[in-house]
Write a protein that binds this ligand. Sequence first.
Ligand code: SF4
Ligand code: SF4
Length: 147
Amino acid sequence: MIKYFINIVAGAISLMKGLFVTFKNLFSKAVTVQYPTQKLQMTERYRGLVDLRIEKCIKCYMCVKICPTACLALAHKETAEKKKEFVYFKYNMELCCFCGLCDQVCPTQAIYLNQIYEIAVYGRDKLRDIDLLNTEKYGEWAHPTVK
Ligand code: SF4
Ligand code: SF4
């Protein structure tokens, strides 16, 4: 008989504990967002898509050499004034493992991983031969930040 009443009290305490957590969170600020209408800004160290600050690149090929999956392709030519000019700088996202080694090794912080995280596409061809010299390359993937 005593055990019966102990169980009732224990159940009531347990219920109160649960309700306390519910009420505590009912009036606190939500930590979730209404995706996809609301989107979060990724942190600075987030590893999104490989991107390039074109004017900073000195064509040293360090990023190309260190890339473990060979997804970067760079070529340049020298002008009559002995200046290096890009021929192409391409990125194959299909092979990229987002390790960030290219970012780490770049002596001028020209290459980096941006904050874009919605990278699903309908065709694999969109992942290959991304022209890093095209400033609009990620236009359709970029999205406004909702704070
Ligand atoms: S993040 Fe890694 S795999 Fe991707 S391009 Fe850079 S070095 Fe290569
Ligand atoms: S490591 Fe940096 S500076 Fe060198 S080629 Fe790559 S992006 Fe350009």
